[in-house]
Write a protein that binds this ligand. Structure first.
Ligand SMILES: [Zn+2]
Length: 78
């Protein structure tokens, strides 16, 4: 039983290390392919997806301003 647990732990660690290595390789390749003229600001802008939010007057939940989703309450204005 203990051997099975140890084997599982080893497999998880190996998978995690492989995943981390793959991510690092992809990130290195991606940063190398980026055009230098666009600069750091443009790269950050492309990576971040920001939504404007507005607060629901009834339930107080924050919803996306462009595409608001209803909450559970029947008197929700969205
Ligand atoms: Zn609401």
């Amino acid at each position: 039983m203990l051997q099975k647990i140890a084997l599982t732990v080893v497999l998880v660690v190996v998978a995690w290390m492989g995943f981390t290595y793959l991510n690092r390789m992809l990130a290195a390749r991606h940063s190398r392919d980026l055009p230098r003229s666009r600069g750091k600001g443009a790269a950050n802008e492309a990576r971040a997806t920001v939504y404007d939010t507005q607060k629901c007057a009834v339930c107080g939940a924050y919803v996306a301003a462009g595409n608001p989703t209803r909450c559970e309450r029947a008197d929700c204005p969205y």
